[in-house]
Design a protein around this ligand. Structure first.
Ligand SMILES: Nc1ncnc2c1ncn2[C@@H]1O[C@H](COP(=O)(O)OP(=O)(O)O)[C@@H](O)[C@H]1O
Ligand SMILES: Cc1cn([C@H]2C[C@H](O)[C@@H](COP(=O)(O)OP(=O)(O)O)O2)c(=O)[nH]c1=O
Length: 203
């Protein structure tokens, strides 16, 4: 039997990594089956390194989109598809919706309806998640949280993250059956319970 793909999305600092660390140790989740934790951008790969190099400089936004797309293609082929085929539950920290939301924002002024353009690039070959959690947080709170983190990227600005957050909401509205919007200000343990119950309900 094929596995399931579950993705976690949200603006920078919305609490995805914190939650995934909790979920790795969650006994209820472990009982549900074999879980493969993964992420985008991928780590220590040719494509992932290219993406992180691009994030740190002023590369053309269309060129940057295709670097993220290349990383996604490698991720789907090398990690997501084989694990799904092996019947595992794949949990990814960021996935295609990050591209739609972030590059939908960086390409805003380059092409009309950038979000749809980016979404359409995925159609027909990628694996669509069975379930996507969005950690929803006001950009001012997100910037406050990541400020203490030290590394600052060009994306971590209130105005930009406001557009990214709107794009996440547009994506969720278009596919309400796939998305669960979480209040990222709730204590992590509360969201953890909601997440585990929801995952159980789709298995
Ligand atoms: N529910 C929460 N309430 C308050 N602070 C949180 C919460 N979740 C995470 N944080 C803090 O916010 C910061 C960013 O969280 P992180 O999990 O790294 O976000 P992301 O992976 O989405 O960028 C960290 O300092 C973390 O401790
Ligand atoms: C996967 C992905 C990430 N990003 C952005 C989100 C982050 O600002 C940055 C790096 O991702 P990540 O390392 O996941 O950052 P964080 O831990 O803050 O969530 O890349 C895109 O712009 N497009 C994408 O397709």
């Amino acid at each position: 039997m094929l596995g399931k793909l579950i993705t976690f999305e949200g603006i920078d600092g919305s609490g995805k990594s914190t939650m995934l660390a909790l979920l790795r140790e969650n006994a209820g989740l472990k009982n549900l089956g074999e879980i493969a934790f993964t992420r985008e951008p991928t780590q220590n790969t040719l494509t992932g390194k290219a993406v992180y190099a691009a994030i740190e400089c002023d590369v053309d936004p269309m060129a940057e989109l295709f670097l993220f797309m290349a990383d996604h293609a490698a991720h789907v082929a090398e990690t997501v598809r084989p694990n799904i085929a092996a019947g595992k539950i794949v949990i990814s920290d960021r996935y295609s919706d990050s591209r739609c939301a972030y590059q939908g924002a960086t390409l805003d002024k380059t092409i009309p309806n950038a979000l749809s353009f980016v979404k359409n690039l995925h159609a027909g070959w990628t694996i669509v998640p069975d379930l996507t959690f969005i950690f929803d947080l006001a950009p001012k709170d997100s910037v406050e949280r990541v400020k203490n983190r030290g590394e600052k990227t060009k994306f971590e600005k209130i105005e930009f993250l406001t557009r990214v957050r709107e794009n996440f909401m547009t994506l969720a509205k278009a596919e309400p059956e796939r998305f669960v919007i979480l209040d990222a200000k709730l204590p992590p343990a509360e969201n953890e319970k909601i997440i585990v119950e929801k995952i159980k309900s789709i298995l």
